[in-house]
Design a protein around this ligand. Structure first.
Ligand code: NAD
Length: 491
């Protein structure tokens, strides 16, 4: 693969739709530009797929489904193993492409590619474990058998913030389960998606098993995935707002849905924790991907007795972070994805300051030679944050760390749970009893205890409340693509 050179002439003849095993142009002939968010430079052009292309992709997936479902799990696994090897062989180029297209520092992009490849490897094996069970009946002449069968054609929609791993997290379990798939990637990061599908193609997948529709306008493609009766399941990662819209529409045909949506993670530091260690953890996970990760903390609750040490450490670390192109050594802060994101940072900080918050670090857009052309926002630490502020309720999805002081365990549990979201949460404590008690009391899909990365292909990822439905990764991630069937037998 070739990594695009920002500013160089982008290709005009773009066949980036992968449908029925072929690379195609959009039926309309339309294309759209892809830009480097760090500089605004043009880096590529892809096909602007529309409803007709999506319909063709769904039809190809439907045709391929019976043959793919009939293969053994061992056979399907071999394709995923090949895709895994190809992804690792190309890891460096994929990481460079991701840095160019999405903006994250190269080191972080390399980590994401390895994480993405893990899903291919893990589900290559887990697909062999779609175990059923037998259940004793109350009748002597009856047997119950439970089996799991692939749901059918899956429609998948992915975001830009993790442009490769969010794809393999869906494609790998779907294919392992015996489903076929049509994927629409985010309009900001279609080039990464094209490279993932090149790998699937080279892994030798039969035509129609995995299909890609790049598009600039998500609605018409989404509408096909929502309304074509052949699509049995919709899997989505993105904002809660779009997720709710899709779930409502999917309900018309009672399609299965998995939704990985927004978060508003609490990060609780108890009085028995080391405030410096906790602040280091907080800065790593808060500023991860420039704060553009659904598991980023959005409310940092710190016990009053250790607040000063915690805030000083967090402030110093935020102030020392270097922003710029992800290709520059030492850069840990990439650009925000677009102007809307920059406006949201400004709005949330202005609102918080107007209501009494103190800015301990950052609080401004970054300008200068290193960051010219992109939307760079300084890693920011706010104190004196209160529930009346917008940042206390709404997902920030950017590099702003709001600190709130608390006095006791019951109070902080109540505050942490006071949100419509329920994805990730974090606690720092050296008291085992408290760690278990608070883990049980937090109404979130994931809890990190003295741990800022409770994620792995082998572990169930997902949220409670308005953070979504279903889980990705792990055994649970495979079940999302399987229908449970009961067979009752009279003997
Ligand atoms: P978004 O909801 O705007 O877009 C996500 C995807 O949905 C994109 O592919 C987009 O094109 C598509 N989309 C938008 N409108 C659509 C429509 N009407 N029909 C069909 N598709 C449509 O979200 P975003 O800004 O790209 O991503 C950020 C959000 O994703 C954040 O809220 C973040 O927390 C969430 N996220 C969640 C997880 C998770 O696992 N829970 C992981 C990553 C990101």
């Amino acid at each position: 693969m070739t990594v695009p050179n920002p500013g160089a002439e982008a290709p005009s003849d773009v066949a980036s739709l992968y449908i029925d095993g072929e690379w195609r142009h959009a039926a309309s002939g339309g294309t759209f530009d892809v830009r480097d968010p760090a500089s605004g430079a043009l880096i590529g052009r892809v096909a602007a797929g529309g409803a007709g292309d999506a319909t063709a992709a769904v039809a190809a997936a439907a045709t391929a489904f019976p043959g793919w479902a009939a293969r053994t799990a061992y056979d399907r696994s071999a394709y995923l193993y090949r895709a895994h090897s190809l992804m690792l062989e190309r890891a460096e180029d994929l990481a460079k492409l991701m840095t160019t297209e999405q903006g994250k520092p190269l080191r972080a992009a390399r980590t994401e590619v390895r994480y993405a490849a893990d899903f291919l490897l893990w589900f290559a094996e887990e697909g062999k474990r779609a175990y059923g069970r037998t259940i004793p009946s109350a009748r002597a002449d009856q047997r119950f058998m439970v089996m799991h069968q692939p749901i059918g054609v899956v429609g998948a929609i992915t975001p830009w913030n993790y442009p490769i791993s969010m794809i393999t997290r869906k494609v790998a379990p779907a294919l392992a389960a015996g489903c076929t798939i049509v994927l629409k990637p985010a309009e900001q990061t279609p080039l990464c998606a094209v490279e993932v599908f090149r790998i699937l193609d080279e892994a030798g997948l039969p035509p129609g098993v995995a299909n890609l529709v790049t598009s600039e306008d998500p609605a018409p493609v989404g509408e096909v995935l929502l309304t074509d009766p052949v699509v049995g399941k919709l899997t989505f990662t993105g904002s809660t707002e779009v997720g709710k819209f899709l779930a409502r529409r999917a309900a018309d045909q009672m399609k299965r849905v998995s939704l990985e949506l927004g978060g508003h993670a609490p990060f609780i530091v108890f009085e028995d924790a080391d405030p410096v260690h906790a602040a280091k953890g907080a800065s790593l996970v808060k500023f991860l991907n420039t704060g553009q990760a659904c598991i980023c903390p959005n409310r940092l609750y710190v016990h009053r007795s250790i607040k000063d040490r915690f805030v000083e450490t967090l402030r110093d670390r935020a102030a020392a972070m270097r922003a710029g192109s992800g290709f520059t050594d030492g850069v840990t802060v990439g650009p925000l994805i677009d102007e809307d994101a920059y406006r949201r940072m400004t709005r949330q900080v202005d609102d918080a300051v107007a209501k009494g918050a103190q800015v301990m670090a950052g609080g401004t857009r970054l300008t200068g030679d290193d960051v010219d052309g992109g939307y760079f926002y300084a890693p920011t630490v706010l104190t004196e944050v209160t529930p009346e502020m917008e940042i206390y309720r709404e997902e920030t999805f950017g590099p702003i760390a709001p600190v709130i002081v608390f006095d006791d365990e019951a109070e902080v549990i109540e505050m942490a749970n006071d949100t419509r979201y329920g994805l990730a949460s974090y606690i720092y404590t050296r008291d085992l009893g408290r760690a278990l008690r608070v883990s049980e009391a937090l109404r979130f899909g994931m809890v990190g205890v003295n741990d800022i990365n409770p994620t792995s292909a082998a572990a169930p990822f997902g949220g409670a409340k308005e953070s979504g439905l279903g889980r990705e990764g792990a055994q649970e991630g495979l079940l999302e693509y399987l229908e449970t069937k009961l067979v009752g037998i009279s003997i």
